[in-house]
Ligand binder design. Sequence first.
Ligand code: SAM
Ligand code: SF4
Length: 475
Amino acid sequence: MKFTPENYKLPDVPMQPFIDDEEIWDYINHTQSTPEKVKAIVQKSLDKNRLSLAETAVLLKATDSESIEIIKKGARELKEKVYGKRIVLFAPLYVGNYCSNNCRYCGFKASNKSAIRKTLTKEELIENVKALEEHGQKRLILVYGEHRTYSAEFIADTVRTVYSVKKDHGEIRRVNINAAPFDIEGFKTVHESGIGTYQIFQETYHHPTYSYVHPSGKKADYDWRLTSLDRAMEAGIDDVGLGALFGLYDWRFEVLALLRHVNHLEACYNVGPHTISFPRIQDASEYDLDDKYFVTDAEFTRLVAILRLAVPYTGLILTAREPEKIRKEVLAFGCSQIDAGTKLEIGAYSENPHIDQNLHKEQFKINDDRTLNEVIDELLNSDYIPSFCTACYRKGRTGEHFMEFSVPGFIKKFCTPNAMLTLAEYIVDYATPETAAKGWKVINRNLESLGDERYIKEVNSRLERIKQGERDLYF
Ligand code: SAM
Ligand code: SF4
């Protein structure tokens, strides 16, 4: 699949800004949408082609119910046609909430005097990781405020600490980070600690809005943030996640700008982002924004379907900011990862008596506070295969979402069996008896779908080895 340049006003040069607000608006304003056009574009995506900005603008401009249904049906079909049934699970772990920025939407902003500041000590970090492992988590994203305390060395150290913690059969096999941008040297330091994905959100790609919502601190520098993934790539991190915080500006603008960001990375580094996130603004302490651009549920589900079709080979991350009902609808559009058992208060995963429980203060409110087991149970009810797979990353198979999409048989050969093996580990070690019973049923039902007899036999034998106490078996 080849990237096709569209003669952008700002050409794609590594480490140089590439967002022209006017250009993005031109695409939106000069596009007409009809159900026929929408149908043809959705078909292009179903034929496994990624969409251009102009094509995506047609989907964004569609407002009639017929077109919206074509878009949503297309996203569901793409998910069924291309992606298997597995949903990868992870948990965020907030390491510290000191922050020198003043993002208007965030409870951690420097000016929020009611926020209680806390950085986990090494001991507290270890206790929280143990608590997460005791619930069955295998994949974490570490989150930090933007503050001089959280240097690249500090962050690399926390990543190494997390990998070192083992509790019974528990271990964290993949540590991603969401942290303020570094220079290239800093990115090299965190890369060497063994991070999976480096994730950062531009929040809003619209320049005036960006300046308004980031009035001071280092984050006020739009271009420094915009080019951070270029620096990450230059430092050797080719697994990056981007995102926008929906509700700050027009959602259609943000979707096209996200796509423009994807194009930039593909043009400069020949590899797109591993994942895209699309958090919606949630209420936060000392919150300081009006609701002019808030995204309704109907708009949100539309925008996820459009993103799925526009970048059919990129992982989509959905978070616990969204209520259960919305989560259910957009999972069917092919979101590949969700967080579960999420707690955003610093130190809240452990029951540690050393941590004053009154200190728990979160960045914003979440709408889905079910436990990991509850989320897994619900996924099983809908015949999804909850997965903790980390095989590609550990086998050096980078760009797995792209491979799932483009390599025939990849999902049947790797993703589905690995999902079953990690689910089996979860069932044996952590699941409630009811969830365990459902889990085995889902595994057995899906074993048949692997097709090849020899392969089914091999997966079966590994499932048996897990029952006998072996762990971490993957293809
Ligand atoms: N401090 C770093 C930064 O700003 O990039 C990393 C961590 S920040 C805690 C992670 C993300 O939380 C931000 O990028 C932002 O998109 C999101 N966030 C902040 N306030 C939010 C709110 N009120 N509702 C939903 N998401 C929010
Ligand atoms: Fe700080 Fe990040 Fe919150 Fe902004 S979003 S105030 S940088 S923690």
